[in-house]
Design a protein around this ligand. Structure first.
Ligand code: SR1
Ligand code: MG
Length: 401
């Protein structure tokens, strides 16, 4: 059978029954379309005691329609990336039960015991294991897919398997082009217009963004998740699940680390004006800063251990090389964090952390703060000798004026 969009609950149920043995033959099943992302359709199929998720990729972007076509190879890439990530951190990703090339669909584990990290951050939930889990996920997935672990043939085969031009193009434009000019895709709060215009005139900033962009285009360092924002992370008190790697490709490791750090910073900017007690909001900002330290320090400790124990090439196993590599990676990560913050503030796709501030003046203040922090991250990224140096600077920026 050739590709056909699921068009009824019956289609989805038949597909679920065909490709999993979770349900008994006579068990009544229910379907809910739960996709809240921009790109695909996602269904939960539930029986009496168990459930699963089916994700289907159409040949275009869901929120835009047929006017923005998109390769359906993205769903193969997502399935294969999830399977590869599961090899190194099985506890941190949903299980893939079946990938169907013809229907461009994945049948996978339902992670509804976990809630979306963006919502959790808006509600100021402190998650004791978050930074450690994200740090370990990043260290394992980025190390085991790099030249520091793989031999040359295996690495090049990996690059080939994850060529993802349509999805890369979206990031190339939305991160590195649109926010730095008066692009029709941008969505700019009218009160912030002058700030955006000033940013478009900032040649120093644009030069630094160009340096980050060229690495995104040509530095085939590690297999990336490719879209690691807080909407791609699910959490509860005891666990973390990272979903949606359809933007996966072999790119600069700092892009994944920076994307998620950028989402911490976006929430920090939002917390300055989200509803609620000021002391509580400031306490949460401090928790986010401390968890950024935990994330990077967990990442760098695991990555250093992997290099010492598992890198075969003696020239790349030198201790001094590991230190140089991690310092470069911190700078790259902070730069990409800045691009994520800026594109989510004046670009096409915004975030609830700031959008849910109802009062326009207060929302503008948080957006202005986000732009300030984003520019600081990009321009000063190479000046921070540790993550603590950055979070101390952000603390000063937020609390001492
Ligand atoms: C048109 S797609 C906009 C954004 O949604 C995705 O989740 C990616 O972050 C992309 O940049
Ligand atoms: Mg997504």
């Amino acid at each position: 059978m050739s590709f056909k969009q699921f068009s009824s609950d019956t289609d989805v149920i038949a597909f679920a029954r065909q490709h999993s043995d979770l349900f008994s033959a006579d068990e009544p099943l229910k379907v809910a379309e739960i996709g809240d992302g921009n790109i695909n359709f996602v269904y939960r199929v539930s029986g009496a005691t168990t459930s699963l998720i089916i994700k289907q990729a159409l040949p275009y972007i869901r929120i835009i329609g047929e006017g923005w076509p998109l390769s359906q190879d993205r769903i193969r890439i997502e399935a294969e990336a999830l399977q590869l990530e599961a090899k190194y951190c099985p506890d941190l990703v949903p299980k893939v039960y079946h990938y169907d090339a013809e229907q461009c669909a994945i049948v996978m584990e339902d992670i509804s015991a976990f809630g979306n990290l963006r919502m959790a951050m808006v509600q100021r939930q402190k998650l004791p294991l978050l930074g450690e889990h994200l740090g370990r996920f990043l260290a394992d997935t980025l190390f085991y897919t790099s030249d520091l672990y793989l031999d040359g043939h295996a690495k090049k085969a990996l690059v080939q398997r994850f060529i993802n031009p349509d999805l890369c193009k979206i990031s190339e434009e939305l991160f590195f082009w649109d926010p730095y000019c008066d692009h029709e895709r941008n969505s700019i709060n009218e009160h912030l217009r002058a700030d955006a215009e000033a940013l478009w005139q900032d040649e120093t900033l644009k030069l630094e963004v160009a340096r980050l962009k060229i690495k995104f285009l040509n530095q085939a360092e590690s297999l990336l998740h490719g879209d690691l924002h807080s909407g791609s992370v699910f959490v509860n008190e005891s666990g973390t699940k990272i979903i949606d790697p359809e933007f996966a490709y072999v790119g600069p490791a700092g892009f994944d680390i920076g994307s998620i750090i950028g989402n911490y910073v976006l929430n920090i900017a939002g917390q300055s004006n989200l509803p609620g007690d000021q002391a509580e909001r400031q306490d949460y900002q401090q928790w986010l800063l401390a968890d950024m330290n935990t994330l990077w320090n967990t990442f760098s400790r695991c990555y250093r251990q992997h290099m010492q124990a598992e890198t075969q090439d003696p020239s790349l196993r030198q201790a001094a090389y590991a230190e140089w590599y991690l310092a470069e990676l911190l700078a790259d990560s902070l730069g990409y964090a800045g691009t994520e913050v800026i594109r989510r503030t004046i670009g096409l796709a915004h975030v609830l952390d700031i959008e849910s501030i109802e009062d326009a003046q207060q929302r503008t203040e948080s957006e202005r703060l986000a732009l300030t922090l984003g520019q600081l991250l990009i321009k000063e990224r190479a000046s921070f000798s540790s993550i603590e140096a950055l979070t101390a600077k952000l603390t000063k920026q937020l609390f001492c004026h």
